[in-house]
Design a protein around this ligand. Structure first.
Ligand code: SF4
Length: 393
């Protein structure tokens, strides 16, 4: 049990802020940064699995959760998302203890999701065990079924591993998601279409398609395709998947019918979420954001060793202007768009009139549509979302 003494300055300040804004959490994101192999393109905070101290790391997650537990009501967690990293590479007994600890907060309809890699299924043989822990959604990073693309990306699995894992998933889990990447040097539209076709044939309920993005210094940067070519990949995904009953509910995400990822939907909708783990960031749903340090050792020491006095958290209070920009960026990414009445009640600003000419032009150019109080971007508009939001800032 931790005793919160005065070395936890920034945490105590944050708690005060959360209390004063009557924060409640029903969404939890835990970042487990360990991966067996670090992929060439990865820009998440990651560390090698073989270096991990899982005992202390999971203890740190529990202690951090406890620190915020009075903001969560029993049985009220809508979603727990274990992201990373590769949380699927965590020892089963640690996940088991973690979920026992969370049990009193979980309800039968909570969505409990773990990110995994195809190799976890093969080498760790864990799917049934995960299900028995109460995990009911798997998000698997496949990226491609083309072995040469997987090699370019530096992935540690092969196409056959991913195909076998999907066969297991579709027989045992109702709700799962597969990530693909497009815009990889050497990738053709034909190969990407074959990837999508395989997912369709296997009735995968949720698909995420991410554009490969790299810094200018990256060794593959110069080999990236043009923006126009990248656009044709996501256009292909949109046409093919929507013709098979999927909805592109967000720029990169497609769900069968109305299916969405609860965790991500809450994030884009501006809801509150508790962040656990190194590099994770949290939000109170109003005006407070915070981020944990991207260093698992310092994070773990802080939450497990009372003598440690390093600060491992930064928080900020967002101005109305910052929040307004965030809302515009996140809402216009969504197919359901922005409710102008809601926006005006939040920011006391009549966007509809102040930007009437902008909205008219978007509509004329086929970038946006209006429906009652809402404005939403078309597929063409969503592909230019960042540019369009600039016109509202
Ligand atoms: S598996 Fe995911 S998180 Fe891990 S290194 Fe690869 S891209 Fe990064």
């Amino acid at each position: 049990m931790l005793f919160y003494n005065d070395y936890m300055d920034s945490h105590l300040e944050l708690r005060e802020k959360l209390l004063s804004t009557q924060t409640e959490f029903s969404y939890v994101y835990a970042h487990i940064p360990f991966c067996d192999v670090i992929c060439h393109y990865c820009d998440f905070y990651t560390e090698k699995t073989r270096l991990a101290d899982f005992n202390n790391f999971f203890q740190a997650l529990e202690n951090e959760f406890n620190f915020y537990s009075d903001f969560i009501s029993p049985k009220k967690l809508t979603s727990i998302y274990l992201g990373g990293g590769t949380p699927g590479a965590s020892p089963l007994e640690k996940l088991d203890l973690f979920f026992r600890f969370l049990k009193q907060y979980i309800d039968s309809i909570s969505e409990i999701c773990i990110e995994a890699n195809p190799k976890d299924f093969k080498e760790r043989n864990t799917l049934e065990n995960w299900i028995s822990l109460g995990i009911n959604r798997i998000s698997m990073g496949v990226q491609s079924f083309d072995d040469s693309i997987l090699k370019t990306l530096g992935r540690n699995h092969r196409s056959i591993d991913a195909k076998e894992a999907i066969l297991q998933l579709k027989n045992k889990v109702e709700n799962f998601s597969i990530d693909l990447i497009y815009g990889v040097p050497g990738q053709t539209l034909h190969s990407f279409e074959k990837d999508l076709q395989f997912l369709l044939e296997n009735n995968v309920p949720h698909i995420s398609c991410y554009n490969l993005s790299l810094t200018k210094e990256h060794f593959l940067y110069k080999a990236l395709p043009s923006d126009q070519t990248s656009l044709s990949f996501i256009q292909l995904a949109n046409t093919l998947l929507e013709s098979h009953g999927y909805t592109q509910y967000e720029i990169s995400n497609f769900g069968k019918g109305q299916l969405v990822s609860k965790n991500n939907w809450n994030y884009w909708s501006g809801g509150s979420y508790l962040a656990l783990g190194p590099s994770a960031s949290g939000f109170n749903g109003k005006n407070i954001r915070w981020k944990n340090i991207s260093n698992w050792k310092q994070y773990t020491n802080f939450w497990t060793d009372q003598r440690n006095q390093d600060q491992v958290l930064e928080w900020e209070e967002l101005s109305l202007k910052q929040r307004r920009i965030e809302v515009l960026y996140t809402k216009l990414r969504l197919k359901e768009g922005l409710d102008l009445e809601w926006f005006s009640s939040l920011f006391l600003e009549d966007l509809e009139h102040s930007h009437e000419k902008v909205f008219d032009r978007w509509q004329k150019e086929g970038l946006a549509q209006r429906e009652k109080t809402k404005i939403f971007l078309t597929f063409k508009g969503r592909m230019l979302c960042d540019q369009l939001v600039q016109e509202l800032i």
